[in-house]
Design a binder for this molecule. Structure first.
Ligand code: KIV
Length: 283
């Protein structure tokens, strides 16, 4: 059956509604296909790509070209899910013009449906410029990994009243700037609840408690495929790395012991053709 592709309007209309919005990261063909076919609403080509796929230490090194390469793949695959291209560090914090230029690349080359960028109040003018250029933007506040060093590390944000108030102001600012939805990362659940009740756009939580309008996780964390660390807010639904490791070990043993390939994995040849070769070898 032909799938109807979700739009930012469909996502916006899911504020305070059931079912809640499901969002996962995806970076390549097989994972995007599995998530799309499973009915995940949003596929985020996150800059977490840098860590979980490209092996960088953090997300700061990720380039626009690397992002575009993977957004192209996911956009080609997604028949239903909304595809978001995550703007990498340095692609939107230089000037509004540069930000619009790079957001355009996500749409034109990557064929994303929209972009996401990190930052609250201070990024509002940039968000407004991209929205005014006709590109829908998803906001991202709380723990913003690209600027983790400015935040003093990967820490829960908004833990005291003053910091929580600043987060509420951030949420209102990105809503006013035109974001169609908002990711909140590593925010105390009561603060995320207040923000969800305060803004009119859907909130998508990651480490932000149960009261958000939707939830997002990094795919490889969720299936147990990222080896370096697992944040407290991740629910691991599978341990794919164990399955893959045991398959690899079995393959290695089969090769070393001459158990692979079996006859069913091999190609045959007509006996008269084989006889001709044998004859040729004797000449
Ligand atoms: O890059 C990413 O995967 C993200 C999610 C953590 C929301 O921004």
């Amino acid at each position: 059956m032909e799938q109807k592709k979700l739009t930012v309007f469909d996502i916006k209309s899911r504020k305070n509604s059931s079912p809640r919005i499901s969002m996962l990261t995806a970076y390549d063909y097989p994972w995007a296909l599995l998530a799309d076919q499973s009915g995940i609403d949003i596929l985020l080509v996150g800059d977490s790509l840098g860590m979980v796929v490209l092996g960088y230490q953090d997300t700061v090194s990720v380039t626009m070209d690397e992002m575009i390469h993977h957004v192209k793949i996911v956009s080609r695959v997604a028949k239903r899910a909304l595809v978001i291209g995550d703007m990498p560090f340095g692609s939107y914090n230089v000037s509004k013009e540069k930000a619009v230029e790079n957001a355009n690349r996500f749409m034109k080359e990557g064929r994303a449906d929209c972009v996401k960028l990190e930052g609250g109040k201070t990024m509002a003018p940039v968000i407004e410029a991209i929205v005014n250029a006709g590109i829908p933007v998803q906001g991202h506040i709380g723990l913003t990994p690209q600027t983790a060093s400015a935040l003093g590390g990967f820490k829960v944000q908004g833990k005291n009243a003053e910091a929580a108030r600043a987060l509420i102001e951030d949420a209102k600012a990105v809503e006013k700037a035109g974001c169609f939805s908002l990711v909140m990362e590593a925010v105390p659940a009561p603060v995320a609840k207040i923000i969800t009740e305060t803004v009119s756009i859907p909130t998508i939580g990651i480490g932000a408690g149960i009261d958000c309008d939707g939830q997002v996780l990094v795919m490889y964390d969720m299936v147990g495929l990222f080896d370096r660390f697992t944040p407290k807010f991740v629910k691991q639904y599978a341990k794919i790395s164990e399955i893959i490791s045991s398959a690899i070990a079995e393959f290695k043993a089969d090769v070393e012991n001459g158990r692979f390939p079996e006859e069913k994995h091999s190609f045959t040849m007509k006996s008269d053709e084989l006889e001709k070769i044998e004859k040729y070898l004797k000449e």
